[in-house]
Design a protein around this ligand. Structure first.
Ligand code: ASC
Length: 150
């Protein structure tokens, strides 16, 4: 049993240390993974948006929960844009790979704005959430405009 635990821990440590690209068996797996993270992120982001835009009543606890989820998910998709994942069932534009510094800056910006949104949501202040939601939405859109088909 102890041996099994030691072995499991060793594998877990190796998995963390492996380059991100190696964590996907096939390019399609990486594409599916990143699309799934964006899909789930969008679902939770739009629940915040519904409150920020007054479409549903503001509930500070629900807002904070959704912002936390978005904040976690926002860090995930980027490692799934590795070499060879530019072809297939994806709307990703070649600019992601040909203008990597620009893409990195745009994704870093999104992660930063989502971090601010999470901080705002923790305060429970709706005005602060509205402002941060707008900025975060802009950072999503900037990436879509430059790095995504349609
Ligand atoms: C969303 C969503 C996005 C962003 C973007 C903001 O709710 O799914 O991708 O906001 O549309 O411009």
């Amino acid at each position: 049993m102890r041996r099994l635990i030691t072995l499991s821990l060793a594998f877990a440590a190796a998995a963390v240390a492996l380059p991100a690209a190696a964590q996907f068996q096939k390019p399609e797996d990486a594409i599916k993974y990143r699309k799934a993270t964006f899909t789930v992120m969008a679902a939770h982001f739009s629940r915040l948006g519904a409150m920020a835009n007054g479409r549903v009543p503001f509930d500070a606890k629900v807002a904070a929960e959704n912002a936390e989820i978005v904040n976690t998910l926002a860090t995930l998709p980027w490692d799934a844009f590795g070499p060879g994942t530019d072809k297939g069932d994806t709307r990703a534009l070649p600019a992601i790979w040909t203008e990597q510094a620009k893409y990195k800056a745009a994704s870093d910006k999104m992660v930063a704005e989502v971090g601010k949104l999470n901080a705002a949501a923790k305060t429970g202040n709706l005005d602060a959430i509205k402002t941060a939601f707008g900025a975060a939405g802009q950072s999503c859109k900037a990436c879509h405009d430059n790095f995504r088909k349609d």
